[in-house]
Ligand binder design. Sequence first.
Ligand SMILES: Nc1nc2c(c(=O)[nH]1)N[C@H]1C(S)=C(S)[C@@H](COP(=O)(O)OP(=O)(O)OC[C@H]3O[C@@H](n4cnc5c(=O)[nH]c(N)nc54)[C@H](O)[C@@H]3O)O[C@H]1N2
Ligand SMILES: Nc1nc2c(c(=O)[nH]1)N[C@H]1C(S)=C(S)[C@@H](COP(=O)(O)OP(=O)(O)OC[C@H]3O[C@@H](n4cnc5c(=O)[nH]c(N)nc54)[C@H](O)[C@@H]3O)O[C@H]1N2
Ligand code: SF4
Ligand SMILES: [Mo]
Length: 683
Amino acid sequence: MKQVHGACPHDCPDTCAWQVTVDDSGRAVQLKGADGHPYTQGALCAKLKRYTERVYSPERVLYPHKRTGAKGSGEFKRISWDEAISEMVTRLKDSIARHGPLTAMPCNFAGTIGVLQRYAGDQFFARLGATDLDKQICGNVAYNAVASTIGAGPVLLPEDLEHSRLILIWGTNTVATNVHLWGGAIAKARKRGAQVVVIDPVRTPTAAHADWHVQLKPATDAALALGMMHVIVRDGLHDADYIARHTLGFEALCERLKEFPPSRVADITGLDVADIEKLAHQYASARPAALRLMVGMERYSNGSLGFRAVACLPALTGAWRELGGGICHFTGDLFHAALDYGAVLAPRDTPAPARSVHLAQLGRALTDPGMAPPITWMLVYNLNPVVTLPNQNLVIEGLKREDLFTVVHEQFMTDTAHYADIVLPATTQYEQWELMGSWGQTYLAINPPAIAPLGEAVANSELFRRLSRALGFSEAHLHWQDEERIRRLLASGHPYLDGITFESLMDSGWAKLALPADWRPRAEGGFTTASGKCEFYSEALAAAGHDPLPNYTPLPDTTPGTDTLPLRLVSAKTSHFLNSGYVNLPHAGTRKHRPEIQLHPADATRRAIASGDRVRMFNTLGAVEAVARVSEDTAAGVVYLPFNWWPSSTLNGSSANALTPDGLSDLNFGSNAFDARVEVERV
Ligand SMILES: Nc1nc2c(c(=O)[nH]1)N[C@H]1C(S)=C(S)[C@@H](COP(=O)(O)OP(=O)(O)OC[C@H]3O[C@@H](n4cnc5c(=O)[nH]c(N)nc54)[C@H](O)[C@@H]3O)O[C@H]1N2
Ligand SMILES: Nc1nc2c(c(=O)[nH]1)N[C@H]1C(S)=C(S)[C@@H](COP(=O)(O)OP(=O)(O)OC[C@H]3O[C@@H](n4cnc5c(=O)[nH]c(N)nc54)[C@H](O)[C@@H]3O)O[C@H]1N2
Ligand code: SF4
Ligand SMILES: [Mo]
């Protein structure tokens, strides 16, 4: 028996460190959360406790396969790696001869978020001169809108929430998506008497466990934040000293706040005036007061407005002064500062990509007759686009194109893999090298392979080395081995890595970034905006043609493709799955759970729908059939269906993203998938 350090590879803010026990035959027999790790606290989430079942699942793809039936039929035959690589290279050369290198495109995202395997293809595709993929479908709107107000970089750290007296969990489902924050710092704060308020149109498990659930209408958060600021200033609860020293545009902001009296905000948000006043008073008087944000309210065409308005609050009340006050958001910047990403990203002197496709608009790019040159060669890895991208039916239409050569590198025969010409077997975290940074906490972890690859599975990094070799690419960096890349990542000399080396990580498995002890990055201002202040008024936004002040604008009445139907579809995450992962596994998927379309009793009664009825939810983009669940968990007018379910797991072969539009959000960073309007009927 041996113990091997490692860490969870999934796109989850917790980035748990783990320990795998491997027996003498080289088989992993036990998995547990890393002992002594202050964030993981020895426990993995329910999904990952059974990661070993994922690794050894009979559903794993373990050998290369080639399509024998029609695209989508799922009919494949086994081939060798040599055949697979040779066909990929032949098709690539043919495509490039006909259309030039822009005809090739990677199609990847966050199936694993380790530094090595996430970015494994970046250098290869840059060398090729392929079409670039603009991968802004998670967090970019949230990040950029907050940054437009307080600047990029350091925020309140998740662990410091334990010092907070009030935690506003704003548009994030912590109990489901960020378990260790809920069971860790937030639980500690509550033990000391902190209040937890959840602001969400859905009564999520987090809302159900909070002291107070503020159930507003979707996409009205900016109005709520402006209403709170109105009350705070009106009642003199703002911090005049902090505002004078560390903010820009307070007078202009006050003019704007006049437009948001609680009565108007009540009309917009569907909340009571008394609740808006109470929330404002509670927030302004609690010390320290924290806002916990993630990504939940970004997937709208007014998505950045909510984040921008909310981000103004802590400067208005001076909440940044205390440890445990301010905005607790992404920690990824710390790792981007600490590690030398040159080890995995395209060299700095690589010419800018000549063309890029927004990931939220993959279906358009694959079907637009005006795309010149067309995409004819695509390599999908770390992504399950048929499930996770908006406008599912258009994505599928694109994948069905006979003149598109698609390779899918996967652990499982997903609904996407069914459309591939070639399916390649990918390793799991037990079988590969990885260095894990985190976007939700401050610990680095190393993950050497615990077991040999199963079958003929290879890691993303090895796939790109094989392709580079077959194409005769001679640049040394394309052939760096995984261990060498990890050593390079760690060789930045950045102070956050003081005392952390490859050897020390191999010894301990994980290490906290060496951050300064007093982490109150905005206590004395020091905002990283152009002015160095918290920008209630933003010149940069004005120059880019946007409203320089925080504002609320309603969603458009009609979003092309989803019509003016009466109900809004929120399709966020569920605790059972990790994005599209685990839906196909018996211990988590359809044998244990079923997809349910959740709607409010008022909406259900009007349509004579009862819990358990088979219903059809539709708009002009598509339709999903599933079982109804009638409950007050959603606000009236809102329907909820987690996006994680695969099309093949519903009653009609379509899942939530069949109904989501493929437009972009207001600052054009992200998707407007939650603009979706739908109707529901009994079938
Ligand atoms: N409607 C709606 N759509 C959404 C969202 C939503 O809330 N609502 N959320 C969005 C968000 S936040 C995100 S992050 C995206 C997630 O979208 P995806 O990145 O597609 O999600 P995952 O299911 O995590 O990963 C995709 C695939 O990667 C595979 N994979 C895992 N590890 C490896 C590996 O090492 N190598 C290879 N080659 N493959 C691997 C997995 O088996 C999985 O099938 O979805 C977005 N789409
Ligand atoms: N179990 C589990 N954990 C996960 C994931 C998973 O799929 N399953 N996915 C991981 C990934 S990739 C990410 S990015 C994170 C995301 O983590 P979160 O941001 O917590 O997750 P979401 O489910 O996208 O959205 C959170 C909440 O936003 C709410 N919401 C929707 N519209 C609005 C609105 O207009 N206003 C407000 N205030 N709230 C709104 C939704 O109802 C939902 O409850 O979770 C990660 N962790
Ligand atoms: S999915 Fe998240 S909570 Fe679960 S083990 Fe992985 S990092 Fe931890
Ligand atoms: Mo995400």
